[in-house]
Design a binder for this molecule. Structure first.
Ligand SMILES: Nc1ccn([C@H]2C[C@H](O)[C@@H](COP(=O)(O)OP(=O)(O)OP(=O)(O)O)O2)c(=O)n1
Length: 116
């Protein structure tokens, strides 16, 4: 994650694009790329894991769009002064506490739906 963040920071600096890469613009750019990912799945119905019916071209296109989402996400986090690698680990620890495997195994219910 840190390598990708650094490479994108270099890419942006080299082009004098920091002036455009404020948090709101990065958020909108990221959402735009999420839209491009969605477009690839649009109207196909459910898609099985591994995307067995997709062509190589479609798979490559998807890999590009997912990459764009991640690139903007990492830069957005940086510009918001969120240490994303650390924050993700903390959040995953919180998720484990909120959803103990022994309690929720095999159920997709949200934690608020459990009575205890
Ligand atoms: N102002 C910009 C423009 C582009 N990029 C980088 C980050 C993304 O990884 C990628 C996005 O490029 P495009 O906006 O050209 O989008 P696509 O690559 O998705 O092209 P298209 O929209 O034609 O599919 O380039 C960036 O950092 N800042």
């Amino acid at each position: 994650m840190e390598d990708i963040r650094r490479l994108q920071a270099e890419f942006t600096d080299e082009r004098g694009w920091n002036q455009f890469h404020q948090p709101r613009n990065l958020l909108l750019a990221m959402v735009g790329e999420v839209g491009e990912v969605s477009e690839l799945f649009q109207w196909r119905g459910e898609v099985a894991e591994g995307l067995p019916d997709w062509t190589e071209t479609e798979r490559e296109h998807l890999s590009h769009e997912l990459s764009d989402v991640l690139i903007y996400l990492l830069e957005l986090a940086e510009k918001c002064h969120v240490d994303l690698p650390q924050a993700v680990l903390k959040k995953m620890a919180l998720n484990r506490l909120k959803y103990p495997a022994s309690k929720v195994h095999g159920s997709a219910k949200k934690y608020t739906e459990y009575q205890d």
